[in-house]
Design a protein around this ligand. Sequence first.
Ligand SMILES: Cc1cc2nc3c(=O)[nH]c(=O)nc-3n(C[C@H](O)[C@H](O)[C@H](O)COP(=O)(O)O)c2cc1C
Length: 275
Amino acid sequence: MLFDKIVRPTLYRLSYHDPELVHERTIAVLARLSKLAPALGGALRVDDPVTVLGLRFPNRVGLAAGMDKNGRALPAWAALGFGFVEVGTVTRLAQPGNPKPRLFSLPASDAVINRMGFNNDGAEALAAKLARDGKPGVPLGISIGKSKVTPLEEAVEDYRFSLRALHPYADYFAINVSSPNTPGLRQLQDRAALAELLGELRSTSLELAGDGAPTPVLVKVAPDLTDDALAELLEVALEHGVAGIIATNTTLSREGIVPAESGLAGQGEDCPAGR
Ligand SMILES: Cc1cc2nc3c(=O)[nH]c(=O)nc-3n(C[C@H](O)[C@H](O)[C@H](O)COP(=O)(O)O)c2cc1C
């Protein structure tokens, strides 16, 4: 109520109604607050613990990938009460993402259109930040994706690089093959491509684990798959020891967009997301 009626409208007014600026400013404030987070402790923490994937989550509500791609405000998310944080999606190479504007607010439809395109500082920068600042006090998921300039045929190496760089810090990995904003990425959900990718990542993760338990690897799927494609994907995931499915990424559907905003919705190649 307070957020819907006061906080969000104020943020939008102060940011010239530019949703990306609202996002950037929110992260900047939370990054500053993160320096105080030890003092804040877990003031807003909700304790309703659950153990999944061998990890103890203080509660079931986590922060999805895309909000804090570069892990700039990790202690603040934990202090705000989130039960886990998924950072990323990060890619092997730092990249600027799609040209702006690339985030659109559709208030009457209660939606946003996201066509960010994996703007991020790269896997090594995130690893350096985590080495320097440490992890949040809640499980940390790291979402990895393919760099835009990497051809699809070389995708495996791209993901493997990020897996290696970030392995010391991840409580689980999310393999993002379902963003609509990197051309061709969703083809990695097809049987042969996915089998190769998951097979290689599985052996790398076993090798990195040595005698310890391998870090769980999850796959994030698109909501736009047909039932048959989804069944096939699940089969491949099971065959390759995937620990879980993250459902779901941004949709391509325009269902639920009110007619007055359908013109704007048509501008992106992608995806309303309830907000
Ligand atoms: C601005 C924006 C950026 C996002 N970036 C990512 C991303 O980098 N990686 C990812 O896996 N999902 C990303 N997502 C998808 C969300 O994590 C989430 O899966 C999606 O919004 C669907 O959930 P919802 O229906 O609760 O919005 C992004 C979503 C938005 C709105």
